[in-house]
Design a binder for this molecule. Structure first.
Ligand code: UT7
Length: 335
């Protein structure tokens, strides 16, 4: 019997309507379009402003787009995984809430949080269920309402993040397409550089935690920057070497979108020209679990059967990794 691999057979995406520009951020904190563009490479980000709207609502929109494009029906889904750092609430899981809103009734699902590596970790998890033959239509959705934990008085973090969602359908493949390999890593000693201090069991919400702004993202940028460049580059290069991929045979690098300088450094280390690298950070900022699927969504039309892709991520934890996959469908045929 032919080996079963797990292939992405469709992607969907969603970005909220409201666009927060660098000009607007420059009125909130002491910064400028020039600083943000030069140091990070972000021009604008989408923000979910409507009251009562949460991460699950963006995830639902991305999955509806996925359903529309693939013809998959809610009742056919047998597993649904949400990943990210901004669940609707600590429990029940956001996967539960999304399943209910979509009418996904024949599935099981749960949440995965691996910081900005969430989508990659979750894709790797989903692929194991598909490869084993136990699951046939798995929805992986990366969605984050980062604006719910961004401190808009902190200039070192507020320009970076945006809200958004991206979803992928994972199905079995017997033609050798889909996920070929994944290298995933965690190093908890990096947790002191990027975190949200309060709201968990260590520091439950009190007046004091709110007054100290501990429910917002804390980031020490430089150590995160350095670790992101070295770890994303190292795993990308290691994956290329392991599979004999060169700058000619690798079709696309799909890097986490945290900082254009990190992306360029990574491409440089892998000896790749930037026209082989998916980049959309300028329009979305860092949407955390959303960056990878939103890249695939934006570049879908250019993707062809058999294209060699490496997805590379780095995030809070620290978490990082690289995945090698062979693209499984002709993106230009999707609406
Ligand atoms: O997705 C998860 C992983 N996260 C990342 O990969 C993020 C990694 N880190 C970064 O991308 C960068 O470190 C940042 C974009 C966060 C910061 O850029 P940087 O070049 O590392 O700047 P810095 O933190 O070293 O700060 C340099 C200067 C400081 O001023 P002084 O102390 O030299 O006077 C900051 O106060 O830039 C100042 N600064 C700003 N100035 C204008 C920091 N933020 C801003 C700002 N506008 N928005």
């Amino acid at each position: 019997m032919a080996k079963i691999t797990a292939a992405i057979t469709g992607v969907g995406g969603y970005a909220p309507e409201y666009i927060l520009t660098n000009e607007e951020i420059s009125k909130m904190v002491d910064t400028s379009d020039e600083w943000i563009m030069t140091r990070i490479g972000i021009k604008e980000r989408h923000i979910l402003r409507e009251p009562g709207m949460a991460t699950s609502d963006m995830a639902v929109e991305a999955i509806l787009d996925l359903f529309k494009k693939t013809g998959c029906k809610p009742e056919e889904v047998d597993m649904l995984l949400w990943c990210g750092v901004t669940p609707d609430m600590p429990f029940p899981s956001t996967a539960n809430i999304i399943s209910d809103k979509l009418g996904v009734k024949n599935a099981f699902g749960y949440d995965i949080n691996a910081g900005c590596s969430s989508f990659l970790y979750t894709l790797a998890t989903a692929s194991k269920f598909v490869e084993s033959g136990s699951h046939k239509k798995v929805v992986v959705v990366g969605a984050d309402k980062m604006s719910s934990i961004v401190d808009y008085t902190a200039r070192n973090t507020c320009p970076i993040f945006g809200d958004g969602a991206g979803a992928a359908l994972i199905e079995p493949n017997t033609d050798g397409l889909g996920v070929i390999d994944a290298m995933l890593r965690v190093d908890g000693s990096g947790r002191k550089y990027l975190f949200q201090a309060a709201g968990g069991s260590l520091l439950p919400a009190t007046m004091d935690t709110v007054l100290k702004r501990q429910h917002f993202i804390f980031q020490e940028g430089q150590p995160v920057f350095k670790a992101a460049v070295s770890n994303m580059s190292d795993t990308t290069v290691a994956m290329m070497q392991k599979h004999g991929l060169t700058a000619d045979t690798l079709t696309w690098l799909v890097p986490h979108q945290a900082n254009l300088r990190i992306i360029k450094a990574c491409a440089d280390r892998a000896n790749l020209s930037m026209d082989k690298v998916m980049v959309n950070i300028e329009r979305y900022g860092n949407t955390t679990a959303g960056t990878i699927p939103l890249c695939l969504w934006d570049y879908e039309k250019k993707l062809k059967i058999g294209d060699n892709l490496i997805i590379a991520t780095f995030g809070a934890g620290f978490t990082w990794g690289a995945m090698y996959l062979k693209w499984a469908y002709d993106g230009s045929t999707r609406g």
